[in-house]
Design a protein. Structure first.
Length: 669
């Protein structure tokens, strides 16, 4: 019998011994010792006759014996306690000796027969060790809430600064078992421990389930709602570039201000939804074109006070993908005029001149590629509206002392908003890193947790690099996938998939049908020693030879992972043996009330102006004479027409919806 099996057997023996020593033996003594004492005192069995005939009360005599302080009673107590000690030693010394030997043998042996930190289904490993090693109290992702009623605190919390990956197919309850419980746990920590959270939330399910508790715990809740855009916060991706040069007076601007603004232009341009083949000449030229246009509009905003932040948008940048605007627009004249003004205009002139004067075939390819990545800003009215102004300052949000949570709600059946989600996540991450780097500790005072549901919908080329440096800044990512293949699909040419997996030392498997994913996880869980016996019998005798060999096998094979109990969640945490738990879904213990976010409508109406990007001049959308010549009035004596009648013929709705892309209209030249 192995030491481990012997210890399991000894647990049963301990139970039986304790039951006899502390329950059965005292009970027997409490009953028999008074009887023996009365027999000794009476020196006959007549007392039994009195009890049987009812002349004396047996129960009352027993009670009086233990109640009255006599030498017989005191000796009886001595017999009980001495007997308990005797029986305890006599019955359990072998068990204790075996247990002590086992502990000594395995005290420094981390590779003992325990293949699991704890397996709730087979009872392998130690639940005590699990709770000690993964105890709650600090901000982090949780491994789950264990379905174990006798545990005082059933939350099992990640104990390392490790990023995590949750793997589960549709219907595996990954949101209910991991994401929502983790948010609920972190929101209920002490105020100083509560982390900030960024949550991508398809269908607004997580917002509805966790909004109330987050609000009660003092969280500032920000919601980008691409499902119902009219209730969403608005966000101009170019606002951060604008702020670099417009947050201080023009005469106080330094080279550092310009350099930071130009760096952000490159970062934001790279975050656009470029094709995977990012290094082709067409893509690089398209990026250069967008860099130059944004840089021009930024520098021009310092010269013309009429060009405000409401005109500094990707929708207007997209106007330059028109060959007519790009090659014949007034922006060329303006740049030429200002090229001697400072080095920034001078450098812009050189870059602009190179692009404008390339051959038409190359120019067409460059503009087509730029148009493809900007088309959502120009052609999708929802995207255009959401990104045409800003009512949230992300830089201020990430620096706030108060805990905050940002929900990114999007329809998972539509991909039109996916690139915008990626850009939002990118800006939040970079502003958080900038804030951390500005601190002496180089670390955020509150942990920042990214819960990225439907991670396959996002496309963040730098995510592998982010994960490698963000832990030291107190930033952690939890990626929710259906299989590792989604990482390969997400990653640029599949190169970053392995890097992402390597950075995520915490892996939680609920269920997947991917053999590739199961094989990878099977290898991750480690190996166990398996002893095999072979018996051989000599033909000329009855002698048998038994030989024992030891081999290594995976703790769980691919088949065992694939056909495991559906309620079994397998967890691999770096530095620990694997864990198998039965987790409670959030709907079984959290209130099912639906949170409704209180949207604050700070929208100040439609824009009253637009910008003619070809002529570089402002357009007053509500001034009737702007397009009065465009109105076709039926032939009649104009002197007989009242002014009100003339105005009634003008379609002001058409004027209000005027787009900068109509700038080719002859009446506006």
């Amino acid at each position: 019998m192995s030491d481990k099996k012997a210890i399991k057997k000894s647990k049963v023996q301990h139970f039986l011994i304790y039951t006899f020593v502390f329950i059965i033996w005292p009970s027997i003594c409490l009953l028999l010792l008074p009887i023996l004492t009365y027999l000794i005192q009476a020196k006959s069995a007549s007392i039994f006759e009195s009890w049987v005939k009812g002349q004396r009360s047996f129960i009352n005599d027993i009670w009086l014996f233990w109640k009255i302080n006599t030498n017989y009673r005191n000796y009886s107590f001595l017999i009980i306690f001495a007997g308990m000690l005797f029986w305890f030693i006599a019955l359990s010394y072998q068990v204790w000796i075996r247990w002590i030997i086992y502990k000594i043998k395995n005290r420094n042996n981390s590779n003992s027969e325990n293949n699991w930190t704890y397996n709730q289904f087979t009872n392998e490993g130690s639940s005590k060790l699990l709770r000690k090693k993964f105890k709650s109290g600090k901000a982090n992702f949780i491994l789950g809430k264990v379905d174990k009623p006798i545990w005082n605190n059933p939350y099992i919390v990640n104990n390392t600064d490790a990023h995590g990956i949750v793997i589960g197919i549709a219907g595996s309850k990954k949101t209910e078992k991991i994401v929502i419980p983790s948010i609920h746990y972190n929101a209920n920590l002490d105020y100083k421990e509560r982390p900030n959270m960024i949550i991508s939330d398809p269908k607004k399910q997580i917002l509805a389930r966790t909004g109330n508790i987050l609000k009660q715990k003092g969280y500032e809740i920000k919601v980008f709602d691409f499902i119902n855009p009219k209730n969403s916060l608005n966000w101009n991706p170019l606002q951060q570039i604008w702020d670099e040069l417009h947050s201080i007076k023009k005469e106080d601007l330094s080279d550092d201000n310009y350099n930071k603004a130009f760096e952000k232009i490159i970062e934001i341009t790279d975050a656009l939804p470029w094709p995977l083949e990012r290094d082709t000449i067409w893509v690089n030229q398209a990026k250069a074109m967008i860099h130059v246009v944004i840089q021009f509009l930024l520098l021009y905003s310092l010269e013309d006070p009429n060009f405000t932040i409401e005109h500094f948008t990707f929708r207007n940048v997209a106007a330059y993908t028109s060959a007519a605007v790009f090659k014949q627009g007034k922006w060329i004249e303006i740049t030429t005029k200002n090229k001697e003004k400072n080095k920034y205009w001078s450098n812009l002139f050189k870059e602009q001149d190179q692009l404008v004067n390339i051959v038409n075939e190359t120019l067409s390819g460059m503009l087509a590629n730029a148009s493809n990545v900007l088309i959502a800003f120009s052609q999708n009215p929802t995207v255009s509206k959401l990104t045409s102004k800003t009512n949230i300052n992300i830089k201020e949000v990430v620096r706030n002392d108060k805990p905050y949570v940002v929900f990114l709600c999007f329809p998972d059946h539509k991909q039109v908003f996916n690139f915008l989600l990626s850009m939002l996540v990118t800006q939040i991450y970079r502003d958080s890193i900038d804030y951390a780097n500005s601190l002496a500790s180089q670390k955020l005072p509150r942990m920042l947790q990214f819960y990225l549901e439907e991670f396959n919908s996002l496309r963040i080329p730098e995510i592998a690099d982010w994960m490698s440096i963000s832990r030291s800044r107190n930033i952690l990512f939890l990626l929710v996938l259906q299989s590792y293949e989604q990482l390969r699909k997400y990653s640029e040419k599949g190169k970053d998939a392995d890097a992402i997996k390597a950075q995520a030392r915490l892996v939680i498997l609920l269920e997947t049908n991917s053999d590739e994913t199961l094989k990878s996880l099977s290898n991750t869980l480690g190996e166990k020693a398996v002893k095999k016996e072979s018996i051989s019998k000599q033909s000329d005798s009855n002698r048998q030879t038994v030989s024992t060999s030891e081999s290594k096998e995976n703790v769980m094979t691919v088949a065992e992972l694939k056909y495991k109990d559906p309620d079994m969640t397998i967890i691999s945490s770096g530095g620990s043996r694997p864990i198998a738990l039965r987790l409670k879904p959030a709907y079984s213990y959290l209130k099912k009330d639906s949170y409704i976010h209180d949207y604050i409508d700070i929208y100040d109406g439609e824009f009253t102006t637009d910008w003619d990007l070809k002529e570089m001049k402002i357009i007053d959308l509500y001034k009737a004479n702007t397009l009065i010549d465009e109105v076709k009035i039926e032939k009649q004596d104009e002197d007989s027409i009242d002014i009100k009648d003339k105005l009634a013929l003008i379609n002001f709705e058409e004027i209000k919806n005027y787009s900068c892309f109509n700038s080719n209209n002859e009446s506006l030249r």
